[in-house]
Design a protein around this ligand. Structure first.
Ligand code: ADP
Length: 477
């Protein structure tokens, strides 16, 4: 059994902006179920949604900031969460990283440096809790300074750094190294310096004992210039310590047999009942209720990564086909506007909901026939796995975790019952439209479609085997 301090900036349902939040609660849960002693450390944002008891754990002071650590559990689980409360820096409601305009909070460097410092104090048990982790497992740039700072400690725990998305690096002006009072030894081209900037993610990549990322394909992709954002050389240099472990999904949270958010629960043996969710979804979003027209769903942050520009380019052609689309998402204001303009032109075909809505996300997964995920890059991606579990056929681009988790429909994959979706290669609207046309043909072949749904619903995306891979990794260090 290992003691694991799991350091993250989000954990569902306490706080979530995307897949990081899902993974940083479902992985600790899976590790706990496998007998590991896990504590999840995260900031106590004002918008954090705790349920149940929140107890005082300890207090400390760093650079004149008074800090309190509280203890609670991740709701509906036995996993202990330690919440770092520093009202001086974490005093804003809303998104943990961005202000109302969608711009990074001006004091992000200070906030997450402080958070990392607290993580180091906890990791070295300077907070006197009589609990010293064997492993400190950090996630994304917000905790990237932890392996760097811990590297300066004697008799330290081992460190693992997981990259959930290379596109977010935590880059700050060079002056920050002084204002943040970071140790000078860390400031060099093999350390935190990145072309004259301070790079938080490099703290993880350069100093952690092991680096992981969230799919085997993405582990290879980030060692190339197209996906490495200038860090491909360092990642290739560390390739012996780098491994891709595919994310699992929380199979209790995302289960069509028990899902409290959907209109009609179903399983692979009662697939005909999925239909009730389709009509409920059509009613809920004001689309014509029609059993026979294929209903496409898309749930996403509206950013370039997710191929939203391709969807926008494709839509005027898509509406010539007999189809409907429900898109739930928010993000880039320009994408939001362009999507809404299209929805106004084709109100009986396209509905765009600019929002973040967990319960509607579940109903879309259950009610749609097809799920669109044409990402330009995708470290792992979760919705394509949720979709397969709900018998909603994913249309994905062949990249990262999408390539690793969706099996394209071809004569041979139909023959051996492995086909679960539609996979296309090129990152352009034409290729997406072709994939959509291919999907429509398959949809209208009832037997083939049922076979795809059945294959998809039989896939095992639970955390068990991935969590076991993490445990083996912890033991290997
Ligand atoms: P990423 O982490 O890059 O955003 P993932 O596919 O790994 O992408 O995870 C996204 C998670 O966030 C999924 O659980 C998805 O359902 C959820 N999500 C994204 N946008 C929304 C939204 N607008 N409303 C509800 N859930 C959303």
């Amino acid at each position: 059994m290992k003691k694991i301090l799991f350091v993250t900036s989000e954990a569902y349902p306490l706080i979530k902006t995307g897949g990081l939040g899902d993974v940083c609660s479902s992985l600790p849960k899976a590790l706990t179920e496998l007998g590991q002693d896990v504590r999840v450390l995260l900031p106590k944002y004002p918008s954090l949604k705790t349920v149940g008891e929140v107890r005082f754990l300890c207090s400390l002071r760093i650079d004149n900031h008074p800090i309190t650590i509280f203890e609670t559990t991740i709701p509906d689980s036995p996993v202990i969460a330690w919440l770092v409360d520093c009202p001086d820096l974490f005093n804003t409601l809303g998104n943990p990283y961005l202000d109302e305009q969608g711009l990074p909070w001006a004091n992000n460097a200070d906030r997450f440096t402080l958070f990392c410092r607290v993580a180091v104090e906890v990791a070295m048990d300077k907070v006197n809790r009589d609990w010293r982790p064997d492993i400190v497992h950090c996630n994304d740039w917000q905790s990237g300074l932890v392996p760097a700072l811990l590297s300066l400690e004697i008799d330290r725990p081992k460190t693992v750094f997981t990259i959930h998305n290379m596109a977010y690096q935590g880059l700050f002006p060079v002056q920050s190294i002084y204002s943040l009072n970071l140790p000078g030894q860390l400031w060099n081209p093999n350390g935190l310096e990145f072309y004259g900037m301070l790079s938080f993610i490099k703290g993880g990549i350069a100093y952690a004992d092991r680096i992981t990322t969230v799919s085997p394909s993405y582990a290879l992709e980030i060692q190339t210039p197209a996906f490495g954002y200038g860090l491909e050389g360092l990642l290739a240099h560390r390739s012996d310590d780098l491994v891709g472990i595919i994310n699992g999904i929380d199979t209790n949270e995302w289960n069509p047999e028990t899902d409290p958010y959907i209109a009609q629960r179903y399983n692979v043996h009662s697939l005909h009942e999925k239909q009730f969710n389709k009509s409920e979804l059509q009613r809920r979003v004001n689309l014509p209720v029609n059993e026979h027209v294929p209903l496409f769903g898309l749930i996403s942050r509206l950013v370039e990564q997710k191929g939203i520009d391709m969807v926008i380019e494709c839509l005027p052609d898509m509406v010539d086909l007999p189809m409907q689309l429900v898109l739930l998402g928010n993000g880039d204001k320009d994408f939001e506007q362009r999507l809404q303009n299209l929805a106004h032109l084709y109100p009986d075909k396209i509905v765009i909901i600019i929002d973040y809505d967990e319960s509607l996300a579940h109903l879309i997964e259950a009610g749609a026939d097809v799920f669109l995920m044409p990402s330009r890059f995708e470290p792992c991606g979760l919705n394509q796995m949720y979709s397969q579990r709900y018998g909603t056929i994913p249309v994905v681009r062949k990249t990262g975790g999408l390539a690793d988790t969706v099996v394209d429909t071809l004569p041979e994959t139909l023959n051996n019952n492995s086909a679960t979706g539609i996979v296309f290669k090129e990152a352009n609207a034409g290729a997406l439209l072709e994939a959509i046309k291919r999907t429509m043909l398959l949809y209208h072949n009832h037997d083939t479609w049922r076979q795809l749904q059945t294959n998809a619903m039989h896939r095992d995306f639970s955390w068990r085997s991935s969590a076991e891979q993490y445990i083996a990794l912890y033991h290997s260090i």
